[in-house]
Each structure stands twice: as C-alpha cells, then as structure tokens.
Design a protein around this ligand. Structure first.
Ligand SMILES: [Ca+2]
Ligand SMILES: [Ca+2]
Length: 83
C-alpha cells in the first residue's frame, strides 16, 4: 500500500487540504499539530494499527495534516465514504 500512498501524497498537492483542515483540527485533541493513534481512534474507532501505519508515510508515529489528507484521498479513512 505504501508506494501508492506516497504517489497520492506527492501528486495531491493542496487539493484536499481545505477539506482535511476541519477534520484534522477537530481530531487534534491536544493541538500539537499532529494526530496520534489515540487521537485517530477517537474519530475513527475502527482504525487498525495497520491502517495507522499505512497512513503514516514518513513513519514518525504521528499523522500530519498532509498524511491525513493523503489517506483521505486514497480512501484509507473509514469515514471517507464521500467528499
Ligand atoms: Ca495531537
Ligand atoms: Ca507521520
């Protein structure tokens, strides 16, 4: 999955940024600008560790807004049925 995600992230640009902004801000409970697995699970109770790792394209253990946006565009988020 990772090569595909990286391609999406590289080609996405800012296309999904506006959409992801609201979700990201609301999900970032401690406002540190990054989403932890715990924070992701609040919004996405069905998220698995594998799913989290798949989103974490730079493997720093946290999801950035760019990573969330890329995951959204790649259809990795359980909540991304539309939009
Ligand atoms: Ca956070
Ligand atoms: Ca990351």
């Amino acid at each position: 999955m990772k090569p595909m995600i990286l391609t999406v992230a590289a080609t996405l640009g800012l296309a999904g940024a506006a959409f992801a902004q609201a979700d990201f801000t609301s999900m970032d409970a401690d406002n540190d600008g990054m989403l932890s697995m715990t924070e992701m699970l609040v919004a996405l109770p069905t998220l698995t560790e594998d799913g989290f790792v798949a989103m974490d394209t730079d493997e720093d253990g946290m999801i950035s807004q760019e990573e969330l946006s890329a995951a959204e565009q790649a259809g990795l988020l359980p909540m991304s049925s539309e939009g």
